[in-house]
Ligand binder design. Sequence first.
Ligand code: GTP
Ligand code: MG
Length: 233
Amino acid sequence: MRYTDVTIVLPTYNEGKNIGRLIARITGDYPGIRVIVADDGSKDGTLDEARRAAKRNGNVSFFDRSKRGLEKGLTGSAVDGILKSRTKFAIVMDADFQHPPEKIGSIIEALRDGNRLVVAVREAVPGWEAHRKAISKLLIVVGYVVLVIRGKARCSDIFSGYFGVERRFFSDTYKNNKSRFVGNGYKILFDLLKCIDGTYRVEEVPFTFNVRAAGKSKASATHVAALVKSFFS
Ligand SMILES: Nc1nc2c(ncn2[C@@H]2O[C@H](COP(=O)(O)OP(=O)(O)OP(=O)(O)O)[C@@H](O)[C@H]2O)c(=O)[nH]1
Ligand SMILES: [Mg+2]
């Protein structure tokens, strides 16, 4: 099967030890698929790895947001990557193998079935310390309540970073609701759900959120502050 209708968007910051292997895996498993790396000025050779992958495969491209004076951030990078893609569908995923590439096929199947938003939902999160689990659970409850009060779409993992969209659906929604997206935040899916009517049924694909393959986490208290901002925007 060919996957020329799909772009994988990989937001990266210092993923030099993962990105080359991940791109090779994705392009190997899904022939014809496009990959866009949206980097924020990594200092560990991530962009060199992306450049090498792009030379080997014309379907791979990358850009450095830091060179364009854009505010650093995961949500902003994912938005830019989706808007740059030229395929019917785009899938956003982390570049550290926490989002299993083998689930890409199920997400694509659901998108091709006509679902405009397909969320890969975390069924298990092995390896998280108790305090991270507790903070995450609390924030999920608050986020869920925000969506219910506003009458907006929900799914069983509103903070997942692994999801697929019909590109046109995303770009139209984004253009009409730019202020709801918190660029330096971590929760682009939540920002998107805030823009979708509560009657919309979100398709789900379950997965296990493993520990990152290599490199360091960039999650920090700043991202919790960005999420609080997101509750109100
Ligand atoms: N472009 C861009 N990508 C980012 C930024 N912050 C994080 N990322 C990428 O976003 C993805 C998720 O970030 P992580 O640091 O893995 O966050 P996390 O998965 O919550 O944390 P861990 O479980 O510890 O890995 C990874 O691919 C990061 O490289 C950023 O500011 N800009
Ligand atoms: Mg991670």
